[in-house]
Design a binder for this molecule. Structure first.
Ligand code: NAD
Length: 484
């Protein structure tokens, strides 16, 4: 085992043990990295108690002082960028380049948190002579964040800096598949000066997630993961009267029009479907070829063929995922789709125990096939053909998800039409992965998100705080009027 057994992080210390552990395996080559504890409700209780104890002092610290921790944390992320990227790559399977980009995104998210004092100013108005109304954003208390495997550092960082800079104390439940990066984030937050108890980690699975949703002293729960579990978490947390924002899975459509710039389109489509081995909730998974775009499809195949597992393509998370992805491809082929570039049975020399799927381009997919409708979460693009833009939009709209949609065209009017008609929270024009960068917020529609608002950017202020409204009169002579 390469690293020590993972422990929970409670009140500024790594501690505890469990009756049950799961292996943490590197998808890159099958190396056993560590073991992760499946904690019990009592472990969560200890973390909540620590967070509750830390809350009065942390919430009374001014936001200008709170964000000083994140200025220092940003420099620590920069200093440890390479080391963090290597850890992220080892536990998740993505390439080092992708992991470096992930940590760079963590730095950007931290930068945003340091700007919160500029954004959180309340409002004040003299509503009648001598009487002022004022609003302030107050922290909620103890909050929780439940995260998936596909971004071991970035998705935790969607919630950690904003929730904490806004005065909350947090408990995070990392994915049991990638528990290591969060531990390193905890160490760096402590080094940056975050007081003990403000940030805590409890590892585990369904038992801890349920305990978070039920815990009477947790005020808000954010969740990022599959739609199936997002629905369960949203329902359970809100039925316990908690605030909840639950982001789910995705099936993102790219529409390619005949006037699209061929080489740029091909590069973007190939990068979108294969980046992070297709394990991004913003990855292109379905492409709708509108009219004759055969020459662009040829170029997409050329680009896909330059993507090599173990070189510029990482591994998928585990064997189960590898088999699931290959099954989607085989079933589509059996139903009449044409596999133009085939990533099945990929092996990387010297890393035979790694779990790789090569880039896969499948043409002549029909909208009724599972590969066209379901989230595949692998480096696979399913191409459907339509004669018109409206038919393409109808396919996109009929999908229950709604994270992202993109169009490739040089026609501004058509691009605007598709922005209006796409049923997705994030739309791209000539961009394969339309992730809004800070300060713009991230969040899908439909079955890709349950709850109000978005998880990052300015929208997160509303989620992690509650408004205090005060009406104040200091002047005894102020008149009494109809609303006094
Ligand atoms: P997942 O839903 O399996 O797991 C997410 C979290 O829920 C993990 O912490 C896991 O331990 C926990 N969990 C798993 N099963 C549970 C259960 N039965 N009850 C309670 N909790 C449970 O997701 P994943 O496989 O880790 O991540 C991939 C999914 O996340 C994909 O669907 C992807 O699209 C989605 N995702 C969405 C976004 C977004 O912004 N919408 C971002 C990243 C990932």
């Amino acid at each position: 085992m390469k690293y020590n057994v993972v422990q929970n992080y409670i009140n500024g210390k790594f501690s505890g043990s469990a009756d049950r552990y799961l292996d943490v395996i590197s998808p890159l080559d099958g190396t056993e990295l560590s073991k992760v504890p499946m904690s019990k409700k009592e472990d969560l209780d200890a973390a909540v108690a620590a967070a509750k104890k830390a809350f009065p002092a942390w919430s009374r610290t001014t936001i200008k002082d709170r964000v000083q921790v994140f200025f220092k944390f940003k420099t620590l992320l920069e200093k440890h960028l390479q080391e963090l990227a290597e850890l992220c790559s080892e536990e998740n399977g993505k390439t080092i380049g992708e992991s470096v980009a992930e940590i760079e995104k963590c730095i950007e998210l931290t930068e945003f948190a340091t700007s919160l004092p500029q954004l959180i100013t309340g409002e004040l108005l003299e509503v009648s002579r001598g009487v002022e109304c004022r609003t302030e954003h107050a922290p909620l208390g103890v909050v929780a964040s439940i995260v998936p495997f596909n971004f071991p550092a970035m998705v935790p960082m969607w919630t950690i800096p904003n929730a904490i800079a806004l005065g909350n104390c947090m408990i995070i439940k990392p994915s049991e598949k990638v528990p290591l990066s969060c531990g390193r984030i905890a160490e760096l937050l402590k080094e940056a000066g975050l007081p003990d108890g403000v940030f805590n980690i409890v590892h585990g699975d369904v038992e801890i997630v349920n305990a978070i949703c039920d815990h009477p002293e947790i005020e808000a729960v954010s969740f990022v993961g599959s739609t199936k579990i997002a629905k369960v978490v949203y329902q359970r947390a809100t039925s316990n009267y908690k605030r909840c924002l639950a982001l789910g899975g995705a099936k993102n459509h790219l529409m390619v029009l005949p006037d699209a710039i061929p080489s740029m389109t091909a590069q973007n489509v190939a990068a979108s479907m294969s980046g992070c081995a297709g394990q991004r909730c913003m990855a292109a998974s379905a492409m709708i070829a509108v009219g004759n775009v055969d020459s662009i499809i040829d170029k997409i195949c050329e680009e896909a063929s330059k993507i090599v597992p173990g070189d510029n393509l990482g591994a998928v998370i585990n064997k189960e995922s590898q088999q699931r992805i290959e099954k989607y491809i085989s079933e589509a082929e059996a139903a009449g789709a044409k596999v133009l570039v085939d990533g099945r049975n990929s092996k990387v020399k010297g890393k035979e125990n790694g779990t790789y799927v090569g880039p896969t381009v499948i043409d002549n997919v029909t909208p009724d096939m599972a590969i066209a409708k379901e989230e595949v979460f692998g480096p696979v693009i399913a191409i459907m053909r339509t004669k018109t833009v409206d038919e393409a939009i109808a396919i996109e709209n009929s999908n229950p998800y709604g994270n992202a949609a993109s169009v490739f065209t040089q026609n501004g009017g058509m691009a605007r039409y598709i922005i209006d008609k796409a049923s997705a929270g994030m739309v791209g024009v000539n961009v394969g992965v339309p992730v809004p960068r800070e300060p713009f917020s991230f969040g899908g529609w439909n079955d890709s998100k349950f709850g109000v608002g978005d998880i990052t950017g300015k929208s997160s202020i509303e989620f992690w705080t509650k408004l205090k409204k005060s009406t104040v009169k200091w002047n005894a002579e102020a008149g009494i009027n109809w609303m006094s």
